[in-house]
Design a protein around this ligand. Structure first.
Ligand code: SF4
Length: 489
């Protein structure tokens, strides 16, 4: 029998704060609220081993710190696992402190998430933090808890750093997971069903309600601004078997019949086109009918997209990033606007919706390149548009660049969001200032969504995509978008 009780927490912070995203952690302008995916995978791994686990998403449930403290006092965990991200780090460490105080320090505290890859010493110097679990932490936390349960030496647990008599012990990193290990995991959608309220979560691009899953982890690309490959998941793409993914799709259809869409969160789901096609054929053969969407690179071919559409794919999230080829080169995107144009044309031809992501303020940005981005967006007419302020996330090449060049205004990620949790610019170039970056982000968003021609794009989207359900999602996102616009005026 296993004795340890574990409390996993997505801490209370700003309303709608997305801690578990590839970015620095923000409140999304379109109202998106992601599942706490990594904490959920960790929950699954611990439950599979027989541990008693409570997963609390305080942001989604609107729990205050006091609510959390009352809950931990009642649950009396032996270990509390708190995920952090750069912009919420200070808050999250304070939450751990409050929990430790409420439990008279009679609990192990574990911090996880991207900052543990970059600031391990600083985090552990905090007297309330006992252990950090670095990189792909669901596996690391499982190994850690097993070691604690059997009173094994913590020095044997790869992937953790911890304190022993106030001395920091730095264990070696755990190797990244293998494809076989990913196949052995519990379905994360089972964890969502058992621990979370599925109606709490919302993706502005997806039909509601939805679930988010990984079919693989890691990204082979080297975009200089991107955090997860360097701070969390690694650069090798490990994948689940087609059968295992199709089984989870069927699980969702059977066990969560009210769910309207599955969102595949892999960084690079479409990188292996052969695998994507095999997956599509499998779910067509099995008669799976649920709609799904995924992150995609703007280099997918027509035939693969046609098959994806036939297999129930509804929408692609595409990181176009910029309408300037020079910027794409500067950030090592490995794509050109020519390729992106061709891809977009084909996606529209097969009837897939496009959610386009762009960034303003990447290295080399000037008024002329920002204008090119605006023109490019007007040309490709995505169904949903997101434009972000370029944020240099610690650990990335982009961060090193702006820091070295003196373009970083403040080396403190809690300054990268405002009081509402929305993005704030923390860089400024001599030829393109902080104000220019913020002005261009809002200008592009407004000129796209507030333009009468968007109505046509919207109607086309409804006809090509999810009909009334898609319309409902867009209206909800629009409501949040206008709330954001109001907050900046
Ligand atoms: S393709 Fe680039 S932006 Fe996307 S996950 Fe990989 S490294 Fe990050």
């Amino acid at each position: 029998m296993l004795f340890l009780k574990i409390y996993l927490l997505n801490s209370p912070f700003k309303e709608g704060f997305v801690r578990c995203g590839r970015w620095q952690g923000v409140t999304a302008r379109g109202g998106t609220l992601d599942y706490p995916k990594w904490l959920s995978y960790t929950t699954g791994q611990l439950e599979d081993k027989g541990f008693k686990v409570k997963l609390r998403d305080a942001v989604a449930r609107k729990y205050t710190l006091n609510d959390v403290l009352d809950e931990v006092e009642k649950f009396r965990p032996d270990v509390v696992v708190v995920e952090t991200n750069f912009s919420s780090l200070k808050n999250d460490l304070n939450v751990v402190r409050s929990i430790k105080e409420r439990l008279d320090n009679d609990v192990f505290s574990v911090i996880t998430g991207p900052p543990t890859a970059v600031y391990p010493e600083d985090i552990l110097k905090n007297e309330w933090i006992d252990i950090i679990a670095r990189y792909e932490y669901d596996f690391v936390v499982k190994d850690l808890i097993l070691a604690l349960e059997s009173a094994k030496d913590l020095k044997s647990v790869d992937g953790i750093w911890f304190k022993d008599d106030n001395k920091i012990i730095r264990n070696k990193d755990r190797r990244f997971s293998t494809s076989e290990e990913l196949d052995s995991l519990s379905f994360v959608t089972r964890v969502y069903r058992d621990h979370l309220n599925i109606y709490d979560y919302y993706l502005s691009q997806s039909l509601y309600p939805e679930v988010q899953i990984f079919t693989g982890r890691g990204c082979i690309y080297r975009c200089t601004f991107c955090s997860w490959p360097v701070n969390l998941m690694g650069r090798v793409y490990r994948v689940r078997s087609i059968e295992n993914i199709a089984d989870e799709f069927q699980f969702v259809e059977e066990e969560l019949p009210y769910v309207k869409e599955i969102f595949i969160e892999d960084d690079t789901f479409t990188i292996d086109k052969k695998r994507v096609r095999a997956f599509c054929k499998e779910i067509i053969e099995r008669g799976v009918e649920i709609k799904w969407s995924c992150n995609a690179r703007a280099d997918l071919d027509y035939e693969t997209m046609k098959l994806m559409k036939k297999a129930g794919c509804r929408l692609l999230i595409v990181g176009y990033e910029s309408g300037s080829d020079q910027i794409l080169k500067n950030i090592k995107k490995g794509l050109t606007t020519k390729k992106a144009r061709e891809f977009t044309k084909n996606a529209k031809k097969v009837g897939l919706l496009i959610h386009a992501d762009f960034i303003v303020g990447l290295p080399g940005e000037i008024h002329e390149t920002a204008k090119k981005t605006l023109e490019f967006i007007k040309e490709i007419k995505p169904d949903i548009l997101q434009v972000a302020v370029a944020t240099p996330i610690p650990g990335t090449e982009f961060y090193e660049y702006v820091k070295k060049k003196g373009y970083l205004l403040v080396d403190n990620m809690s300054e990268s969001i405002n009081e509402n949790g929305y993005q704030k610019c923390i860089i400024s170039y001599p030829e393109f200032t902080k104000e220019d970056i913020e002005k261009w982000v809002n200008k592009i968003l407004k000129s796209y969504y507030l333009n009468p021609s968007y109505v046509l794009t919207f109607i086309r989207g409804v006809l090509r995509g999810g009909g009334v359900d898609h319309a409902k999602s867009v209206f909800r996102a629009a409501k949040d978008f206008f709330r954001y616009i109001k907050s900046i005026e």
